[in-house]
Write a protein that binds this ligand. Structure first.
Ligand code: ADP
Ligand code: MG
Length: 369
């Protein structure tokens, strides 16, 4: 399915001032970047813009600062950005226009009004450019001034290469996937992912539930989960799902691994069951570890699951902060077809099939070049 919004590939950048919303929200310890993956993921769009446009301005947020806090200054990423792009980056603390070819503005969250999508701030950002490029998939679920507001006020709002790739890959799962489509959802809490589960039930052929999330469903089935993580409030919803019209799609653990009175991982039979469903699948979506994988004693279910997905011929997509960490532990990064760069945004996209920061992009049908 082709995208219905404009991307940076669709438009002429000659003589244009481009403002790109990046996701430069990288982990920084003692002023050092400990993982540069997000900066690297942003490079193709920046390079494309630099090669054609008159000026390229970059904005992003970093962390959750309370007002202006030096440790969250984007100045910290300038050296790495310069090195990776092999060109000089002008750093601007304020939102003034400059004549520099490549400008990085300060952390958007240092500016009052960013989070409440203040119209004045959105206009100020829109004034910096002829074309706004949204490339921060990981922030596209938040309606902030630098994601949604600026897109509403800029003359043209288009997707960057990273955002377009994310949406193309997620759409391969969510729109007309090759079937069977098998989703595997784990992790800690039912309440934070209940909407995702409900949405998924409508599109998938099988929904495999594991991790702490499964405990609430096991309890709804009558299993005594003792002191395991589970959400009593969510029992009615779990009941509805396992007794509802789509109950046949739901796959719950057959056995579990205990630590005293707590369920910590899925067991061997559960793994074998997942393997069978994964082998049968043509498309696989994975979010959430199957157990407390941070402890190697309870990582088996998660690592096995990661390996089944990696070994399968199905088209596979995975996402989620802890899921990516688990994929690293299992060392199967290269065998999964697409790993989303968004955590919350990935889940919300699955839930709603769009995001606020994507809805505001200029539609292809509205555009006459
Ligand atoms: P993601 O970040 O990939 O979306 P989550 O944040 O939802 O995943 O969940 C990850 C967390 O779930 C991990 O810290 C893991 O230890 C925890 N978890 C998985 N299974 C269990 C369990 N049985 N009991 C308690 N915690 C669990
Ligand atoms: Mg998480």
């Amino acid at each position: 399915m082709s995208l219905d919004f404009l991307t940076i590939r669709d438009i002429d950048l000659q003589n244009k001032r481009i403002l790109i919303r990046e996701d430069f929200n990288v982990p920084i310890v003692n002023e050092r970047i400990t993982n540069s993956a997000r900066i690297r993921a942003a490079l193709p769009t920046i390079k494309l813009a630099l090669a054609q446009a008159k000026q390229v301005c970059l904005v992003s947020h970093l962390g959750r600062p309370n007002g202006i806090e030096e440790q969250y200054s984007l100045r910290n990423i300038v050296p790495m950005l310069q090195e990776l792009l092999d060109t000089s980056v002008y750093f601007s603390e304020g939102l003034e226009r400059t004549s520099h070819k490549l400008v990085l503005y300060e952390n958007m969250r240092f500016f009052p009004g960013e989070i409440r999508d203040d119209v004045g701030l959105a206009n100020k950002l829109a004034d910096l450019c002829d074309i706004f490029v949204m490339d921060a998939f990981g922030s596209a679920h938040r309606a902030h001034a630098s994601t949604v507001g600026v897109a509403e006020h800029a003359p043209l709002a288009v997707a960057g290469l990273l955002l377009a790739t994310e949406v193309e890959n997620l759409n391969r799962v969510m729109h007309a996937p090759k079937r069977p489509l098998v989703a595997i959802v784990g992790g800690a809490k039912v309440s934070s992912k209940i909407q995702v589960l409900t949405s998924l039930l409508h599109v998938v052929d099988k929904l495999i539930i594991g991790g702490g999330m499964a405990n609430t469903f096991l309890s709804a089935q009558g299993v005594d989960v003792k002191e395991s993580l589970y959400e009593r409030d969510m029992l009615p919803v779990a009941h509805e799902i396992i007794n509802g019209p789509m109950a046949e799609k739901v796959v719950l653990p057959l056995d579990v691994v205990w630590d005293g009175n707590k369920i910590m991982d899925i067991g061997e039979k559960s793994c074998a069951q997942i393997k069978q469903h994964v082998n049968n699948a043509k498309t696989i979506l994975w979010n959430g570890p199957m157990g407390v994988f941070e402890n190697s004693l309870y990582a088996t279910g998660t690592i096995e699951t990661a390996k089944y997905i990696a070994e399968s011929d199905a088209y596979s997509v995975a996402g989620g902060g802890d899921t990516i960490a688990a994929i690293d532990v299992a060392k199967v990064q290269d065998s999964i077809d697409y790993i989303s760069t968004g955590g919350g945004a990935f889940l919300e996209y699955i839930e709603n099939k769009t995001l606020p920061g994507i809805k505001v992009l200029t539609r292809k049908v509205e555009y006459v070049s």
